[in-house]
Structure formats: structure tokens, C-alpha cells
Design a protein around this ligand. Structure first.
Ligand SMILES: Nc1nc2c(ncn2[C@@H]2O[C@H](COP(=O)(O)OP(=O)(O)O)[C@@H](O)[C@H]2O)c(=O)[nH]1
Ligand SMILES: [Mg+2]
Length: 343
């Protein structure tokens, strides 16, 4: 699944290309981590590549990063293609840079190895910020290793976190199930909708009402923005987690992300800040991070288990157990227990 020509194209276009197998094996992890912490973009890019490629060095990478993580605020942006996620990301990066923050951007396509083109298009647009050493931008396409992006994205986040990013934005390409998973990595998830796209209803269908911490009605320069806001309010009024006392009720902000000024982005940032304060005061922020870490550990453990069970397949031990099951000397459940006992 991972080695399509398109995926390779994205990889080749990654900021630290070219890199060969030999380079991968000889990664000097402590030097790379030190470089990343000093703001060296190539070190950051290289570390993300190690993570993405599931390099043999990645245990060492994870261990070296751990003491330097936990500071970045993670913002997720999700919504239908064309709604304005990349434009909004660019506007947010600009505003955050103006207030002196260091920013990381991960543009993630979890569902398809074939969308490299679109991601690269975004990269080009983000060239706005090329040459600004306070911004790291990285596209990640789908990879088959170790559970794919459900595993790789949090590691890439760690790299940016350790590199001193105050804020990391994760932009996903769509609103499918895997995008929701990515959204759940964020401290604050922005769900973008636009007038006239039937987005409100789609959002409800995709279960996105449950993940939204903030609704952004983008393209508010178009007809129907107020109706979209009303639709969202109506859907919120129907209940859900956020309507219980003490819970966060996602605000709805109108934006025109394509404008340089008077675009609503300041209000988006103010609502994000409000949410950050609520996360802290309610304890929900810690709970979310712990839940995130738990799922990460689970994903790694499951991947490792699957790999080891894969080793069992075709082994002499399995063949002999199979013979015993066929001969009626044991039953498949007991045989399976034996397989697990050996791991
Ligand atoms: N009229 C209008 N167009 C916008 C606005 N924001 C983005 N666009 C345009 O909508 C298109 C899709 O935007 P993009 O950011 O690539 O959407 P994405 O697929 O969600 O990342 C682009 O042509 C943008 O210039 C806006 O607020 N108003
Ligand atoms: Mg985009």
C-alpha cells in the first residue's frame, strides 16, 4: 500500500531529499535532536523522515525526544476538500508568527497514498512562509508501516514539539473516519464548513459534531453564511456531549480566510485561547493527552504483536500445533493460547 509511485514522489519531494538507505541506517540521532532543538530545519525534516519511514532508529528517536515534549499546543483542522483548510492554516500561521510564536504545520492525508499532488499544491501555497525559520511545514502521505499514520502522526508531532514549536497545526484532507482520528490528536479541533456545500449536514453525518471544539464558517463573503451558522446552532441544540453542564460548547466563528485583514482569524485565535483555558481549568486537557498517549501505546503494542504473530505464521511450531488440531489432540483455542504463550 505504501510504495505507490505517488507516495514515492511525495517522499522524494520531502524537504530533506535526497536520502538513501545508507544515510537512514547511520542516523546520528543525538546530533539530529540537538540540531532540531536549536531550530535547524534540516534536522527536523530528517527526524520526521525517520519517523515516517519507520526507521530502525525510531525507538532511539522516540526516547531522545521524550524529555523535550509536552509544550506544544496542537490544533487540528478538518473539513471537506475545498472548504478552505489550507487557506485558513496559512492565515493562522501568519497571525501566530506576528505574535512571535514558533509554528509547525503537518498536512496529513491519512486515507490515500494517491493525493501527493494535492498536498504538494498546499506546500507550494505555504511557500509564503518559506525562509521563515520560525515555521516548519511538512506533508505526510499514507504509509503502510506499523499501522500507518495513526502511529506516525503523533511521532511527527513529537518532533515538532521537541523542536520548540509553540503551536502545531494538523491539516487533514477530508472528513472520513481516519481524518477524525487525526483530529482527535489535537488539543483543539477546528471543523471548517462553508456556505452552500451542504457541509453542516455532512458534518453531522460524519460524527464531526462530536469532535469539534470550534466551528469555523469560512467563505463568509459568500451568500448563505448566516444560514450555515443557524444550521450549526440548530444541530447543537439537538443535544450531544456539549449540551451537558460543565462541558465545552463549541463556538461558531465566521471567517474569510482568503482576505489578508478583517478575516475573522483573530476571533478564531481568541476562541482557541478560550478553549485552551477551559482545557486547563476543567482538567479535560490532561485527560485528552492521557487518552491520546494510551491509544498511541496501544497502537504500537498491537503493531508489534501483529508483527510477532506474523513470525509465528509459517513457523514449525505453528505447523506442529496445526497437525495436533487436525489429529484431534488439541482444540484450536488451546493451540492459540500456546501461540500467545510463546510470544
Ligand atoms: N471566497 C472565498 N474563497 C476562499 C476563502 N477561503 C479559501 N477560499 C478559496 O477556496 C479554495 C479552496 O481553498 P483551500 O484552502 O485549498 O481548501 P482546502 O481544500 O480545505 O485546503 C481556494 O481557491 C481558496 O482561495 C474565503 O474565505 N472566501
Ligand atoms: Mg488543503
Amino acid at each position: 500500500m505504501s510504495e505507490s509511485p505517488e507516495a514515492t514522489a511525495v517522499q522524494t519531494a520531502a524537504p530533506d531529499a535526497p536520502r538513501g538507505r545508507r544515510g537512514r541506517r547511520s542516523a546520528d540521532v543525538p546530533a539530529l535532536v540537538a540540531g532540531a532543538r536549536e531550530g535547524d530545519a534540516r534536522s527536523v525534516a530528517r527526524l520526521i523522515s525517520l519517523v515516517e519511514d519507520a526507521s530502525p532508529a525510531l525507538r532511539e528517536v522516540a526516547a531522545a525526544l521524550a524529555p523535550h515534549t509536552g509544550n506544544a499546543q496542537v490544533l487540528g483542522l478538518t473539513g471537506s476538500p475545498g472548504v478552505g483548510k489550507s487557506t485558513t492554516t496559512t492565515a493562522l500561521v501568519r497571525a501566530l508568527r506576528n505574535s512571535g510564536k514558533r509554528v509547525g504545520v503537518l498536512a496529513v492525508d491519512p486515507s490515500s497514498p494517491f493525493s501527493g499532488g494535492a498536498l504538494l499544491g498546499d506546500r507550494v501555497r505555504m511557500q509564503d512562509h518559506a525562509g521563515d525559520s520560525g515555521v516548519y511545514i511538512r506533508s505526510m502521505a499514507s504509509r503502510g508501516h506499523l499501522g500507518g499514520l495513526s502511529w506516525a502522526t503523533p511521532q511527527a508531532l513529537r518532533v515538532l514539539d521537541a523542536a520548540g514549536c509553540d503551536v502545531v497545526l494538523i491539516e487533514t484532507v477530508g472528513v472520513g473516519q481516519s481524518e477524525l482520528e487525526i483530529a482527535s490528536l489535537a488539543d483543539t479541533t477546528l471543523v471548517l464548513v462553508a456556505p452552500g456545500m451542504g457541509d453542516g449536514i455532512q458534518a453531522a453525518k460524519a460524527g464531526i459534531l462530536e469532535v469539534a471544539d470550534l466551528f469555523v464558517v469560512n467563505k463568509a463573503d459568500r451568500d448563505g453564511a448566516d444560514q450555515t451558522v443557524r444550521d450549526l446552532r440548530y444541530m447543537q441544540s439537538l443535544g450531544g456531549r456539549h449540551s451537558e453542564p460543565g462541558h465545552w460548547r463549541p463556538p461558531i466563528v465566521k471567517t474569510v480566510a482568503s482576505r489578508e485583514t478583517d478575516n475573522g482569524i483573530d476571533e478564531v485565535l481568541a476562541k482557541i485561547e478560550g478553549h485552551r483555558e477551559w482545557l486547563e481549568s476543567s482538567g479535560e486537557g490532561h485527560a485528552r493527552r492521557a487518552e491520546r498517549a494510551a491509544r498511541e501505546i496501544e497502537a504500537i503494542a498491537m503493531a508489534s504483536l501483529r508483527e510477532r504473530i506474523g513470525d509465528v505464521h509459517g513457523s514449525a511450531a505453528l505447523a506442529s500445533l496445526a497437525d495436533r488440531v487436525v489429529a484431534g489432540q488439541t482444540d484450536p483455542y488451546r493451540a492459540a493460547d500456546e501461540v500467545l504463550d510463546r510470544l
